[in-house]
Design a protein around this ligand. Sequence first.
Ligand code: GAR
Length: 212
Amino acid sequence: MLRIVVCVSGGGTNLQAIIDGIERGTITNAAIAAVISNNPGAYALERARNHGIEGVCISPREFECRERFNEAFLKKLDSYQADLVALAGFLVVLPEIMIKKYQNRIINIHPSLIPSFCGKGYYGLKVHEAALERGVKVTGATVHFVDEGTDTGPIILQQPVLVEQDDTPELLQRRVMEQAEWKILPQAIDLIANGKIQVENGKVLIQEQPME
Ligand code: GAR
């Protein structure tokens, strides 16, 4: 059974998609051990509580500096003995030590087709504003492993979404969530939980049969 810790900062609709996937059985061999938020007001914490999942907040504001926050965060994460860390709208830059320790065990959902509209400064609504500004006709979402760069890790799944002429950033964000994010994040977790994902030379291979 894959033990997942989900890290969140906001509304938690992607967290909800994971919870629903586990409850409905579209994600198998997995359970959420805990939800960690950096924001005490995150509605995602409420979603966790509603489903009997432990939800904790570790806010950078409670610490004198970033170093202490990073240490406390990693200590908390380690305490859950997670096999997989899912960043579901987690807007905190991860410390390098955590990325090294959890190599190929941290995944992130990003609201564009990487390598478009990703990297530093591209998060949430800003991604969709940039896509509309550029006039792209197709966007989407990406689930990838997290490495030391920003949105540079091996890509696990991508789902395209068509841009409509009268889209606003908010409309596009909602459609990308509905048509892409809430599908591929649970799907990626199910593939990992069932041993179907392998990383080779920085690329993800998806197996039909589970690996040894
Ligand atoms: C999602 O759209 C996710 O792709 C994005 O934040 C939103 C969180 O929504 N993440 C990033 O932009 C990361 N670079 P949620 O809290 O409702 O899941």
